[in-house]
Design a protein around this ligand. Structure first.
Ligand SMILES: C[S@@+](CC[C@H](N)C(=O)[O-])C[C@H]1O[C@@H](n2cnc3c(N)ncnc32)[C@H](O)[C@@H]1O
Ligand SMILES: O=C(O)C(=O)C[C@]1(C(=O)O)C=C[C@@H](O)C=C1
Length: 261
């Protein structure tokens, strides 16, 4: 993928002393500053990020069966990329499918993200039917679809809103379709959780983050990124109607679950 304006910036967002977590301005947000270094940040901060992305087209090949129709009446597979950020998941899918086979709808609440995602996707895949939409995924009316990707997005919604978003997804997925839900989690057992969190910080250290950057980001994410346990995710998927869902990927405290309609 080529970056539109400049080379990807190195993430140095938290390399200065941080303010208190009560300072609203210090809260993590997906603004222009984050957009500028996002590919570097997510690659160095999320264990297995590239591996999860690489599996999405492989899952799509098995589960997307041209069940939908585009505006010209052509049979297509419709995929939602919810909380798309710069469109990395959409980009990976477009790279593995012919333009006429897919209709991708990539949605994000951050205009800074969607502006850059639109540029990147249209520059790299001008022939593909990819719509980038700036919206809150709690408000959008989804259309019938074959696959939904929630890659590190649900964790940023207030806990009380998560069921409704998953219910909407369940209702619009076609029979045979899938939801791929990737999340940062915490372990119920405090000792296991402490071990996982410490090894996660080791992972960040190994990727070049300093102690100040690690603690600054932790403060900024407090009450912004709210994790559930893996059991809570599975229970919620059952509650909204998914009868079958399994954890297909886990790397430290990051997991990915596939739910089958
Ligand atoms: C960690 S990023 C997702 C990464 C991306 N899916 C990827 O694979 O590269 C989380 C994204 O969710 C978006 N987001 C958070 N709350 C949202 C909401 N209510 N509606 C839509 N997008 C939301 C943020 O703006 C941010 O871009
Ligand atoms: O938990 C952390 O410290 C992270 O950096 C994780 C995480 C994520 O899971 O989305 C948080 C914010 C950025 O979007 C990139 C990675």
């Amino acid at each position: 993928m080529s970056q539109s304006k400049s080379a990807i910036k190195h993430d140095t967002l938290f390399d200065k002393p941080f303010t208190t977590p009560l300072d609203k301005a210090a809260r993590f947000s997906f603004d222009e500053q984050v957009v500028a270094c996002f590919p570097d940040m997510i690659r160095r901060s999320v264990p297995g990020y590239g591996q999860v992305l690489a599996m999405l087209p492989i899952f799509a090949r098995r589960h997307c069966k041209y069940r939908q129709q585009d505006d010209n009446g052509q049979r297509v597979s419709r995929i939602y990329d919810l909380g798309c950020s710069l469109g990395a998941a959409s980009m990976t899918l477009a790279g593995e499918f012919e333009a006429q086979d897919l209709q991708i709808k990539a949605i994000d609440i951050s205009p800074a993200m969607t502006t850059e995602a639109s540029t990147l996707l249209s520059e790299n895949y001008p022939e593909h039917d990819i719509e980038v939409i700036t919206a809150d995924i709690r408000d959008v009316k989804l259309e019938p679809c074959d696959m939904v990707i929630l890659n590190l997005t649900l964790q940023f919604l207030p806990a009380a809103d998560r069921v409704a978003v998953l219910e909407n997804i369940y209702n619009v997925l076609s029979e045979g379709g899938i939801l791929v839900l990737t999340e940062k989690t915490h372990a119920f057992d405090e000792q296991y959780d402490a071990w996982l969190v410490e090894r996660y910080y080791d992972f960040k250290r190994a990727n070049g983050y300093t102690e100040m950057e690690i603690s600054g980001k932790r403060n900024a994410l407090e009450n912004v990124l709210i994790t559930d346990t893996l059991d809570e995710h599975h229970a919620r998927l059952s509650d909204v109607g998914f009868e079958r869902h399994l954890t297909w990927f886990q790397f430290l405290n990051f997991v990915s679950v596939v739910a089958f309609k």
